[in-house]
Design a protein around this ligand. Sequence first.
Ligand code: KIV
Ligand code: ZN
Length: 509
Amino acid sequence: MESHIQIFDTTLRDGEQTPGVNFSFDERLKIAKQLEKWGVDVLEAGFPASSTGSFKSVQAISKALTTTAVCGLARCKKSDIDAVYEATKDAVKPVVHVFIATSPIHLKHKLKMTQEEVLASIKEHVTYAKQFFDVVQFSPEDASRTDMAFLIQSVQTAVDAGASIINIPDTVGYSYPIEYGQIFKSLIENVKSEHDVVYSAHCHDDLGMAVANSLAAIENGAKRIEGTVNGIGERAGNTALEELALALYVRRDHYGIESNLVLSETKNTSDLISRYAGIRVPRNKAIVGQNAFSHESGIHQDGVLKNPETYEIMTPQLVGIRQNELPLGKLSGKHAFAEKLKTLGYDIAPEEQVELFKQFKAVADKKKSVSDRDIHAIIQGSEHEQNAIYQLETLQLQFVSNGLQSAVVVIKDKDGRVYQDSSIGTGSIVAIYNAVDRIFKKESKLIDYRIDSVTEGTDAQAEVHVELVIEGQPVNGIGIDHDILQASCKAYVEAHAKYAAETTEKEGN
Ligand code: KIV
Ligand code: ZN
């Protein structure tokens, strides 16, 4: 009898398939550590055979995590399984996730294989993987559009070959709760096994039913749920794990089983992914959206003041949202700053706090009150600058004529080499971006540019997100600064730097 619903997090694999999202090596490692703190049971760290970058991240994550199982994805190919083995061999609990499509449309148009060939491939590759791994997970891709009899045969073949986790992907987000739940019921009734088999749900959100489908799977015997933080992922994304975990917790009267997630780390986890992915969660997003615990109507406010339970089915504290935060100001000293870092969950060595404190003072000089969100932004900005391969040194702008601007951009790389160039453009941003393109000697297409303010008020810091396409590949960048133009330039430099790093990685492949 399972005591809890296992959480399989695929933010770093399926989540990173979100268009425009590409985490850097350092970001992947930080995310993995936060996911371990959040309490996920298994972390799918990547697809090692797909790139040197993915391989190295899976390897580093396997070495860094101390309790969480680390999984790598593999097609039905021995070289993919070998890559997962090499990348995860230092993990406390290594897991391989082998998949092949089983639906008629995938067999005919993508794989060009017969059902017999698919069954033979499942048998061969799960058997092969079982030689190296205690835990082999098998997924029949596009399971929800697979004929039930063939799905049972595929799963039976994988189980007979040694798979102990069977994951059922609703790859295209097509299923609905009753139908998806029924698939689990039929498999559990029909597939025979001499060893324990855990059934797992993997849903996509194309019709907005990923969480509901996952819950239906639980009602029909699934003991593991796959998903991502904030529901990021391919197209409309995956099951949002924070929503699923809170549904199980708040409605434990109905489900009778919960996850082992540390719910109070939910908001921190969501914020981290949102920052690194460059995707702000919508204000009205369940659990972690800015409005999820706000009450606007007078009747609601009155009720909540009398008793929060009138309109709140859970407290913001439950998911780690701190309310009534005590803002710092320009008179706050080192001690108050250090205390604030601790309260916000940062564990930063005193010598590293010296530079952060200087940055805090600079912000406090410009703003009356420095909120928790400002502090997060200072730390994020500083992490970015420490990890950055290139840093913005100076930016100068001059009005030329007829609305044309000229920009001179100077950047420095990690080894202290300085690069500079200038350009003109039809506005400040265009001039800056042309100059940066010239420095990196790459033409790029800006496909998204967004400014968010870190807090309310005209004195807020600006957070700029850009998404560019360089040589056909989407990359994103973030820049934070009090000055919008500096923030815009930093974001653009970061995106170019990420592209340059990835190309170097691929060349070394
Ligand atoms: O959605 C899907 O089918 C997948 C598989 C690789 C499990 O992500
Ligand atoms: Zn998927």
